[in-house]
Design a protein around this ligand. Structure first.
Ligand SMILES: Nc1ncnc2c1ncn2[C@@H]1O[C@H](COP(=O)(O)OP(=O)(O)OP(=O)(O)O)[C@@H](O)[C@H]1O
Length: 233
């Protein structure tokens, strides 16, 4: 469904233009309906790979494929289906909400990017999502600083799911939450995956969580894939 083939990414840093090879010949495939864990130590290139898969960063070599079609060199309207189909939930979703806007406005805003008006169909879809994510409607009238970490995570999921994506890339989405909220979030993610037939690329440091939640795990080290499969304890 979403693939990266032979991806290499080099960053040029500082005045001396020191090169950092963040990714070296990385191959990764996210299959339909699967939860793929992406693990590895800090700085090994997980977020860089996620950003390349989302086309937020250009790659130096290699290809990103969406449903078998290379999208690396596509632009503008050619990318719309991909941009809608693959949504990103960052580690700190509060930074992706405009602090000057009420949360309800931010949650529905991406629909206008895809030229969708605020229709009865979308209003119903929002109602269903609010219920599935246990979000009280009252929260939509608040500002981002007026909700908890768990609530803003669920609102970020609500905003992403309103676009009816097929893939969610979750970058350390539960790591900032305390243990009980984390468990609740994992349960919500598991339910949503089933109800909305989603595929997840689940980036985490937590080996136990990855073993529990993911169907398959990829481990990275220093910009390379170290192993693929199911982790042994
Ligand atoms: N925009 C950038 N410019 C220069 N170097 C970068 C940039 N983004 C990432 N890097 C470097 O690339 C390497 C990989 O970073 P990346 O953020 O992908 O790691 P990560 O595995 O996601 O780490 P963490 O788990 O701590 O989030 C690091 O050495 C980082 O400093």
């Amino acid at each position: 469904m979403l693939e990266a083939k032979n991806i290499t990414k080099i960053f040029q840093n500082g005045f001396g233009k020191k090169s950092i090879c963040s990714l070296k010949n990385v191959d990764i495939t996210l299959n339909e309906g699967e939860i793929l864990g992406l693990m590895g130590p800090s700085g090994c290139g997980k977020s860089t790979l996620a950003r390349i898969l989302l086309r937020l960063l250009p790659t130096d070599s290699g290809e990103v494929l969406w449903k078998g079609e290379a999208i690396t060199k596509k632009c503008g309207h050619q990318l719309l289906a991909f941009q809608r189909g693959v949504q990103f939930i960052p580690q700190r979703p509060e930074s992706s909400f405009d602090p000057r806007l009420r949360l309800g406005k931010s949650v529905v805003e991406p629909l206008s990017f895809f030229k969708e008006s605020w229709s009865e169909k979308n209003r119903k879809r929002l109602q269903v999502l609010l219920t599935q994510l246990s979000i009280s409607e009252e929260l939509l009238g608040r500002y981002p600083h007026q909700v908890s970490g768990g609530e803003i995570q669920r609102l970020a999921l609500c905003r992403a799911l309103l676009l009816q994506p097929e893939v969610l890339i979750l970058d350390e989405s539960t790591s900032m939450l305390d243990v009980s909220v984390q468990a609740q979030m994992i349960q919500i993610l598991a339910d949503l995956q089933e109800k909305h037939h989603l595929s997840y690329l689940f980036i985490t440091h937590d080996r136990e969580l990855a073993n529990y939640f993911c169907n398959r795990i990829i481990v990275m080290e220093k910009g390379e894939i170290l192993k693929k499969g199911i982790l042994q304890n």
